[in-house]
Design a protein around this ligand. Structure first.
Ligand SMILES: [Zn+2]
Length: 73
């Protein structure tokens, strides 16, 4: 299960930077996260919640392994 962009996480304003925001959980800047689940820290509550309900980080090694296994079925 995937979303194209992961942007529905809580954000907070970066103090002293007019147009910069960061994830309220893992404190990574939105420009670094860039809409990707793997842009969050592995310990991020938002990332952990989505992974728990079945969303994968795009390009995760686990998914690549699954696809390779399917080819030989
Ligand atoms: Zn986060």
């Amino acid at each position: 299960m995937k979303k194209l962009y992961y942007i529905d996480y809580p954000q907070e304003h970066l103090e002293g930077h007019a147009h910069q925001y960061r994830c309220a959980f893992c404190k990574v800047e939105t420009t670094t996260i860039n809409g990707k689940l793997e842009g969050h820290q592995p310990t991020c509550e938002y990332r952990k919640q989505l992974e728990k309900i079945g969303y994968d980080a795009i390009g995760s090694s686990r998914e690549t392994a699954l696809h390779e296994a399917d080819d030989f079925d």
